[in-house]
Design a protein around this ligand. Structure first.
Ligand SMILES: [Zn+2]
Length: 185
């Protein structure tokens, strides 16, 4: 089956607030598999269900995997919530839904999360650095928030103008691959 396409800014579906998952059905399990396939194919280090057009609170993250062959060790999180955050750090972020753009974003340095896995088991996770950034970025997607909402108005408007021009020129296919220093989610 072909991979599901990732929605790109300014698709309005990226702005929806996603709904909690009441029960992990076969459809949710299939969606999680599709999300992993897309994440590893792009490649990205995280993906949220609304990026594929499904407004449900499901994210997948794997910050360790690289194309050069580290083991895949994805985390699949159902209804994730940040229950504690501390410290601040600045990270150069990109996003599979925001083509051809990276920018520094200030985030919490460490987070504690609660979620469930696909079997309904409660999870509590702690993360710092890149993984903490990735969780915050993916959870933002569940609330319809993109990393470009967290940068200066000036930088955002420069990007939005460039993006609109790109779309007018029908240059969607001309996207640059992600560089190593700003892997995307
Ligand atoms: Zn993203």
């Amino acid at each position: 089956m072909p991979l599901r396409p990732v929605l790109h800014f300014p698709d309005r579906r990226l702005r929806e607030v996603s709904k909690p998952i009441e029960a992990v059905t076969d459809e949710i399990r299939a969606l999680a598999r599709d999300m992993l396939d897309v994440m590893y194919d792009e490649p990205g280090i995280g993906l949220a269900a609304p990026q594929l057009g499904f407004p449900v609170r499901l994210v997948v993250v794997d910050v360790a995997w690289t194309e050069e062959g580290a083991e895949k060790s994805p985390r699949i999180l159902v209804n994730p919530e940040i229950v504690h955050a501390e410290g601040t750090l600045t990270w150069n972020e990109g996003c599979l839904s925001v083509p051809d753009f990276q920018a520094e974003v200030e985030r919490a340095e460490r987070v504690r999360l609660r979620a469930s896995d696909l079997d309904g088991n409660a999870l509590e996770l702690e993360a710092e650095g890149l993984e903490a950034v990735c969780f915050q970025h993916e959870l933002d997607h569940l609330d319809g928030v993109l990393f470009i909402d967290r940068i200066s108005r000036l930088k955002r408007s420069i990007y939005v103008r460039k993006r609109m021009k790109q779309l007018r020129q029908g240059d969607e296919a001309g996207s640059q691959p992600a560089s190593e220093d700003a892997r995307q989610g």
